[in-house]
Every structure is written in C-alpha cells, then in structure tokens.
Design a protein around this ligand. Structure first.
Ligand SMILES: NC(=O)c1ccc[n+]([C@@H]2O[C@H](COP(=O)([O-])OP(=O)(O)OC[C@H]3O[C@@H](n4cnc5c(N)ncnc54)[C@H](OP(=O)(O)O)[C@@H]3O)[C@@H](O)[C@H]2O)c1
Length: 275
C-alpha cells in the first residue's frame, strides 16, 4: 500500500519544514517531485536529497504571493515532469507585513491582501490549474491543502491567518465536490504546532517547549513527519474514496475552550487595541 511509483508530485513551500518533509516522504514512496518556494538554494538542497533516493527532482523558484506565478508554477511542473498526479499547497503562513498578526484593530488592508494572496488566492488557482491538468490527463489525482488548526478553532491575534486558512477549508470542500467527477480528490490537513522555522520562536527554551507540549493530550508538539505521513495517506491511491475532508494532525487537541484559555494566557489583547 501507499506506493507512489510512477506518480509526479508538486509540493509548494518545499524548501524547509513541513513541505520538505512531505516532498521527501513522497520521494521515499516512489514519486518524482517538483519543488516550489522563493529560496532556490533551499529547494536545491531538498532536490539533492530526493535524487539521492533515486527519484527525479525539479526546482521551481516561485513567489506564491503572486497568483499568476502560482498558475505558471503548475504549468512548469507539468512541463518538467510530463504529468501531474499530486499537488500539495503547503506554502503559507505569515507575510512579513505589519499587521499580519496581532489584534484586528491593528491590522491593515496591505496585511489582509498579502495574507489572503499567499494563503487563499494562490492555493486556489494552483489547485484549479492542477485539477484541469489531472482531468485532461484522464488519470485523476490528489490535491492537498495545508491549512491550520486556527482555521477550525479561531485564535485571537491570529485572525487574518486563521480566517484565510478557514477560507481555504471552504474552497477545499467545494472544489472537491466540483472536480470529483474527474476523479480528482481535494483534501486538507489542519496541523497544530509543528516544530519548524515558523514556530521556532515559540519553542526557543525548554520551558516554552514544555508549556506548548502540555497543551496537547499526546504530550508533545508535532514534527514535520507527523504531517508528511498524513499527506502520504491522503494523496495515495488507498485514499481513493476520501475527498473534501480536513484531517486534524494536532496531538489530540479537540476543544476550542482549551485554545482560548491558552491564547488568553499567552497572547492577551493589549488595552490599546481594544475596540
Ligand atoms: N509549523 C506549524 O506549526 C504549522 C501549523 C499549522 C499550519 N502550518 C502551515 O503549514 C505550512 C508550512 O509551514 P512550516 O511551518 O513548514 O513553515 P516554514 O518552515 O516557514 O516553511 C514555509 C515554506 O513556504 C515557503 N514560502 C513562504 N512564503 C512563500 C511565498 N510567498 N512564495 C513561495 N513560497 C513561500 C518557504 O520558502 P521561501 O521563504 O523560500 O519562499 C518555505 O519553503 C504553512 O502553510 C503553514 O501555515 C504550520
């Protein structure tokens, strides 16, 4: 089970963290992989790791803040690999624009636009381009969107990010419905805190790590391979009757009240930002 022999996969944000782990996991299962992100040097390093596994790897430097680049990236992936069976929209997160995180009263239209461009608009149009290709090939395929637990349990001070990921959940379900007749499946994974460069500031000391870990019933924060294993399942032929789903990879975290209690304690809304 879970063989990717003969499959061609495109993974965004594949230079580090969760995307790198997914790309390597697909290659270990037998896929050739196209890798997209902005930092060419990081993509080249992952490509070398994939080639050492005996698979083909292709580097596609792409800024996914730009929707036209997202669309073009899918075409470049198809051109390089000759086909496309799996797309993982993993690139996402903050956008380094003042107001991308923090109280809503302190956000800005620029932060909103950049956040939605990276986390909603580009994944959607990449998914549409990929679904068209998979349909035209006659093979079907799998599209996976990496969202966040913030999409499901709103987290104060992370509302632009969480609402963008929530929009992507909605689009996951509707696109899955619409492209199902072409045997294209569309799913999402909603991770909790996973140890990557993104979350490194939250796990900087042993005390902070233990504090985060204690929040999860399974007693630890996530690792990129926890998400990669779920991605291997959802994009495999064995998940051939699974579409429109969101899989929580969250260490057993289920309750919204826990999220609010933790966020209130660690990320309170400052007096100055109260509306
Ligand atoms: N880590 C967590 O705890 C966690 C939890 C829930 C959800 N997630 C989601 O999981 C995904 C991966 O997160 P991560 O923790 O692995 O993040 P990360 O370590 O910061 O890696 C992010 C990847 O996305 C790429 N990327 C960022 N902005 C981009 C842009 N404008 N265009 C193209 N590529 C871009 C980065 O490469 P460049 O900077 O070189 O472009 C990098 O390869 C994100 O969607 C994030 O929202 C993460």
């Amino acid at each position: 089970m879970f063989s990717y022999e003969g499959k061609k996969a495109l993974v965004t944000g594949a230079g580090r963290g969760i995307g790198r782990a997914i790309a390597l996991a697909f290659a270990r299962q037998g896929a050739d992989v196209a890798l997209a992100a902005r930092s060419r040097d990081q993509l080249e390093e992952v490509a070398e790791e994939i080639r050492a596994l005996g698979r083909q790897a292709y580097v596609l430097p792409t800024n996914l803040g730009d929707v036209l680049a997202a669309d073009a990236m899918v075409g470049q992936g198809v051109e390089a690999m000759g086909a496309l069976h799996v797309l993982v929209n993993n690139a996402g997160g903050g956008v380094d624009v003042p107001g991308d995180f923090g109280p809503l009263a302190e956000t800005s239209p620029e932060a909103f636009d950049a956040m939605y461009a990276l986390n909603v608009r580009s994944p959607l149009f990449a998914a549409i381009a990929a679904a068209k290709q998979m349909g035209a090939q006659g093979t079907g395929g799998a599209i996976l969107n990496i969202v966040s637990i913030d999409a499901v349990f709103p987290a104060p001070t992370e509302a632009l990010y969480g609402s963008a990921k929530a929009a992507l959940v909605n689009l996951t379900k509707v696109l899955g419905y619409e492209v199902g007749p072409d045997r294209v499946r569309v799913n999402a994974i909603a991770p909790g805190v996973v140890e990557t460069a993104l979350t490194a500031p939250w796990l900087a000391t042993e005390e902070m790590r233990q504090d985060r870990a204690s929040f999860y019933p399974l007693g630890r924060v996530g690792q990129p391979d926890d998400v990669a294993a779920a991605a291997v399942y959802l994009c495999s032929d064995e998940a051939g009757w699974v579409s429109g789903n969101v899989l929580y990879v969250t260490g057993g975290q289920l309750a919204t009240s826990d999220v609010f209690r933790w966020t209130r304690a660690h990320n309170p809304v400052p007096e100055s930002a109260r509306i």
